[in-house]
Write a protein of this length. Structure first.
Length: 262
C-alpha cells in the first residue's frame, strides 16, 4: 500500500522532471552515440526482498523507457551492456533466467522496434550462447537489418579486452597473409576491426547505481567519452534521468586533450 502511495506521488514528479530536462535539451546538439552500463538490478530486487530475476525484469522495462527517450531526442546509436563475458560467473539459475528474459523481451518488443525503424545489432560472442538465444537475436538482426532511425547495439557476452584481442588477431592475420603492411597500422586501423566498426565513438557513457567503474565496456571506444553516473538503480532509471544526462552532457566543455575553443 505504501509502495502504491509512493508511486502515485512519483509519477507527477517524474513527468515534471521529464518536461523540465526535455525542454532544456538543445536538439541540434544531441550526442550521436550514447552507451549505457545498466547496473543495480540485483540491489533493486534485494531492497524489496525479491529474487534477483525480478530486478532484471524491472530492468527490461527501464530499457523500454530508455529506447523511447533516446528516440525522442534523436540519438542515432544506443549501446546497452546486457551481459558481459564475466557474467558467466553468476549462479547458473540467474544466467539461465537472464537468457530467457533476453529472448522473451526481444520477442515481445521486436515488432514495435522494427516499426520504429530501429536496427538491432549484437556486439559480443553470440555464437557461444544457446542455439535458441542465438536464433532469437539473429532473427531480430535479420528483420531489422535495413532500418535507419537508430542502431541499437546490444552488448551480449561482451568484453572490451576480448574485443581488442579479437581485433589484434584479425590484424595479425591480415599482416601474415600479406594483405596489410605492418607499418600501415594506426589507431584507426584497430577501430576498423572492432565490433563497432563504422559507428562513431560514444560521446556519452551513462552508468547507473553509483559505481565509478567502466567494467570492461567499450574500452577502446570511450577514450574521450564523457561519463555520467547516477545513483539510481537501473530499474528506477526514468526518461527524466536520460534527458538529464543529455542536458548535462551539453553543458560540458570537451577538449580532447587540446585547449578550450573560444
Ligand atoms: C546489471 O545489474 C544488469 C544486468 C547484468 C542485466 C541487464 C539485462 C536486462 C535488464 C534485460 C535486457 C534485455 C534485453 C533484450 C537486452 P546487476 O545484476 O549487476 O545488479 P547488482 O549490481 O545490483 O547485483
Amino acid at each position: 500500500m505504501l509502495n502504491g502511495f509512493i508511486k502515485s506521488l512519483r509519477t507527477p514528479f517524474s513527468r515534471f522532471r521529464e518536461d523540465l530536462f526535455f525542454k532544456r535539451i538543445d536538439l541540434t546538439k544531441v550526442p550521436k552515440h550514447v552507451a549505457i552500463i545498466m547496473d543495480g538490478n540485483g540491489r533493486w530486487a534485494a531492497k524489496r526482498g525479491l529474487p534477483r530475476l525480478a530486478g532484471h525484469r524491472a530492468g527490461a522495462e527501464a530499457i523500454r523507457r530508455t529506447i523511447r527517450a533516446a528516440a525522442d531526442v534523436g540519438v542515432k546509436y544506443l549501446t546497452l551492456y546486457a551481459f558481459s563475458v564475466e557474467n558467466w560467473k553468476r549462479p547458473r539459475d540467474e544466467v539461465r533466467g537472464l537468457m530467457n528474459l533476453f529472448e522473451e523481451t526481444l520477442r515481445k518488443e521486436l515488432q514495435e522496434l522494427h516499426e520504429k525503424g530501429i536496427k538491432i545489432n549484437v556486439i559480443g560472442h553470440l555464437e557461444e550462447l544457446s542455439k535458441s538465444t542465438q536464433r532469437c537475436f539473429r532473427e531480430a538482426m535479420e528483420l531489422t537489418a535495413n532500418n535507419k532511425e537508430m542502431i541499437l547495439n546490444i552488448a551480449l557476452n561482451y568484453g572490451g579486452r576480448v574485443e581488442i584481442a579479437d581485433a589484434a588477431r584479425e590484424i595479425a592475420r591480415a599482416v601474415r597473409d600479406g594483405k596489410m603492411a605492418l607499418e600501415s597500422i594506426k589507431p584507426e586501423t584497430l577501430a576498423d576491426y572492432l565490433y563497432t566498426s563504422g559507428s562513431p565513438d560514444p560521446e556519452l557513457l551513462i552508468r547507473t547505481s553509483g559505481e565509478l567503474r567502466v567494467s570492461n565496456f567499450l574500452l577502446w571506444q570511450i577514450a574521450y567519452t564523457e561519463l555520467w553516473v547516477t545513483a539510481a538503480l537501473w530499474p528506477d532509471f526514468e526518461k527524466a534521468d536520460f534527458y538529464q544526462a543529455i542536458y548535462e552532457f551539453q553543458q560540458r566543455k570537451r577538449r580532447f586533450g587540446g585547449l578550450e575553443a573560444d
